[in-house]
Design a protein around this ligand. Sequence first.
Ligand code: HEC
Length: 193
Amino acid sequence: MKLRTVISKNIKVLVVFIIFLSQYSFTEELAEVKNELLVKRGETLVLEWGCNTCHSPKVYTPEGQMQDPRRLLSGHPADSVHPKIPDELLGTNKWGGFFTPDLTSWAGTWGVSFAANLTPDKKTGIGNWTEQDFLLTMKTGKRKGTGRKILPPMPIHQLAQLSDDDLKSIYAYLMSLKPVENKVPEFIPPKNQ
Ligand code: HEC
C-alpha cells in the first residue's frame, strides 16, 4: 500500500491523536500555572498573617532575631531546651502566659503549646495531609476536623474566617516548601487539670 493511501486511510485517527496530545500537555501546563499562582498567593497570605512569627525557628544575627531561612515554618525546634514554667504565676487573675524568645513555645492557662511543623515532611510535618485535611483543621479548629482542639496562641478563630480559596492557596504554598524533619513535642497539659 502506498504511503499516501495509508495516511489518508488513517487521517482521522491521526488528527484525533494529535488533538489529544496537544490538549493533554495544555491541561498539564494550565494546572502548573494555576498551582504557581496559588503558591504565590499563599506565600503572600502567610506573610500577611505572620505564620512565620510562631512557626519558624529563629537565628540570631547582628540585626537581631530573624526567621531561619533554612528551616522556614518547621515549628518549634525539637532540640530546644525548655525553661521551667512558673505555674504559680499563671491563672485567671494572674499572668496569662509566657513564651520563649523565638516565639515557638507558649505557656499559658492551657498548658504549654509548641508551634507545629508546617513543612511537607511526611514523618514530622504535614506532608501526609490532604488539602481537605488542612481545610478541615483550619475551619473546625480541630486537627483534621476530628482530632484534638488546637490550642492558643494559634489564631484559629480568625484564620477560620478565610475563604476556601485562601486556605487552598496557603496549603499549596506550604506544600511547596522544603520538607524539614523536626519532631515538635506534644503539648503539655496544665498541672491543675
Ligand atoms: C501566635 C502564634 C501563631 C501564629 C501567628 C500562627 N500559628 Fe499556627 N500554631 C501555633 C501553635 C502554638 C500551634 C500548636 C497548637 C497546639 O498544639 O494545639 C499551631 C498549630 C497550627 C496547625 C496545626 C498543625 C498540627 O499538626 O496540629 C496548623 C495547620 C497551623 N498552626 C497553621 C498556621 C498557619 C497557616 C498560620 C498563618 C496563616 C499560623 N498557623 C499562624 C501558633 C501560631
